[in-house]
Write a protein that binds this ligand. Structure first.
Ligand SMILES: Cc1cc2nc3c(=O)[nH]c(=O)nc-3n(C[C@H](O)[C@H](O)[C@H](O)COP(=O)(O)OP(=O)(O)OC[C@H]3O[C@@H](n4cnc5c(N)ncnc54)[C@H](O)[C@@H]3O)c2cc1C
Length: 411
């Protein structure tokens, strides 16, 4: 029989940060990741100031700085009939060390954490290993059954199982957890377009009648999120890709005559969901990150919320796990600590869905029509000091949690 102290299911941002912090705090931890690598395209890759500060605290700032990345400091919107770019938010106005959002491929961040974990004796990462079922005995979860990609199966027992396996978590259908789902008006198509000299920098929102895109500057290309009516992707895909490209050029005129998307295979669909568990824990089991609360892409705060959940979990669980005295209230404290932040951020996302995304998709908002700009846009365009508030919200989108002190390292 295999045994560890904490089994973490899922090697995404939540699972890798939790695994590393617990191992540094002297807890034996095994992370199971069903894929053989971290390479998955169009995953969240916005690293916010709260996570950058955490990397500093863990002594990883220099390693992180060596990963090729772009930095976003401006949020821009084209206003008026000429589409002149207007700065709606400027991170450089914030009085903090990391006054920008780092855009880093998620796999590079996860590779770095995995590599760092190797130097901790209590840390084990098992790739190609999928948790298939919880082991439940005597009214509590005692670990997981797993299967490897070569078909080998086994049981890994643990004092606590932490589900960090994302929004399709294998434990989410447990009735005790009570999944609550909120309707969303949109899905998102993700694709890349080449970037050229003279193109706008930073994060550029394009909002024209019934067309809504966000372009993320990735140095030599833009990662584009094109927001569409929920469920309308299939209809678009039945038409040739040339129609899609032509429409994109009409909606974003400065793309000019450059080559855009070659095939529908290069356009990935994100089914947007926004939900959360009423209860994040049962005896022997805790859910964090997207497994506890799937976030909308609005604000790009999913990674940071998952990371901050992991930091809070490590802080509450490390000492009792190391000393062999983990009780239910330690686990319940993690949800209590993270609940308000989750509810507030999801509330903000729902408000944006209802007041911006839904009306934009219905053609009720058009930034090209200066006479009908939404109130917040008019306010920021007239009162420049308001430009610091959108970055403030994004920068501190998640409350900053403090890691256990045993996990801290100097550079
Ligand atoms: C297309 C897309 C774009 C996004 N853009 C952004 C963005 O720009 N900024 C942002 O902050 N957020 C973004 N998000 C959201 C962000 O990626 C998530 O909120 C964040 O990754 C959640 O982290 P997590 O660790 O909780 O879960 P995940 O990142 O989902 O990680 C879960 C991990 O568990 C593994 N796994 C699943 N099931 C099992 C199992 N049974 N056994 C073992 N392993 C398992 C998966 O392979 C995965 O590696 C985006 C999401 C998507 C899908």
């Amino acid at each position: 029989m295999e045994r560890t102290t904490c089994v973490v299911v899922g090697g995404g941002p939540a699972g890798m940060v939790l695994g590393l912090l617990l191992a540094r705090a002297g807890v034996e931890v095994t992370v199971l990741e069903k894929h053989g690598d971290f390479l998955r395209d169009f995953r969240g890759d916005t690293v916010h100031p709260t996570t950058l500060q955490l990397l500093d605290d863990l002594g990883l700032a220099d390693r992180f700085a060596r990963i090729p990345q772009s930095r976003i400091s401006k949020i821009q919107l084209p206003l008026g009939p000429d589409g002149e770019l207007f700065t709606m938010g400027d991170f450089s106005l914030l009085p903090i060390k990391h006054n920008y959002v780092a855009m880093v491929p998620q796999w590079d961040l996860l590779d770095m954490l995995a590599d760092e974990g190797k130097s901790e004796p209590g840390f084990t990462l098992r790739m190609n290993t999928e948790a298939t079922e919880l082991i439940r005995e005597g009214g509590r979860v005692r670990g997981v059954r797993y299967r490897t990609d070569s078909g080998q199966t086994g049981e890994l027992r643990a004092t606590i199982t932490v589900a960090c396996d994302g929004r399709k978590s294998f434990v989410r259908d447990m009735p005790e957890l009570g999944l609550r789902d909120f309707p969303t008006p949109m899905d998102v198509r993700w694709f890349r377009v080449p970037r050229q000299e003279g193109d706008p920098e930073g994060l550029v929102g394009m909002l024209r009648k019934r067309a809504f895109q966000v372009l993320i500057d990735r140095r030599d290309y833009f990662q584009v999120a094109s927001i569409i009516h929920k469920g309308s992707d299939a209809e678009g895909r039945s038409r040739p890709i040339e129609d899609f490209n032509a429409q994109l050029k009409r909606e974003i005129p400065w793309l000019g005559d450059r080559e855009l998307v070659r095939s529908w295979d290069d356009v990935k669909l994100l089914h947007v969901t926004l939900d959360r568990l009423r209860k994040w824990h049962v005896p022997g089991l805790l859910c964090i990150g997207d497994a506890a609360h799937a976030m909308s892409p609005v604000g790009g705060i999913g990674i940071n919320l998952a990371v901050q959940d992991a930091v809070a979990a490590a802080r509450h669980l490390a000492t009792p796990l190391r000393e062999g005295r983990l009780r239910r209230e330690h686990v319940a404290a993690v949800q209590r600590r993270r609940w308000l932040t989750t509810v507030l951020i999801q509330g903000f996302q729902r408000m944006i869905h209802e007041n911006v995304v839904g009306p934009a998709l219905r053609g009720e908002i058009d930034l090209g029509d200066s006479a009908r700009l939404p109130l917040p846009v008019r306010a920021v365009s007239r009162l420049p000091f308001l430009r610091r508030f959108p970055p403030y919200l994004l920068a501190y989108g998640a409350i900053r949690e403090k890691p256990p002190k045993e996990a801290l390292r100097d550079q």
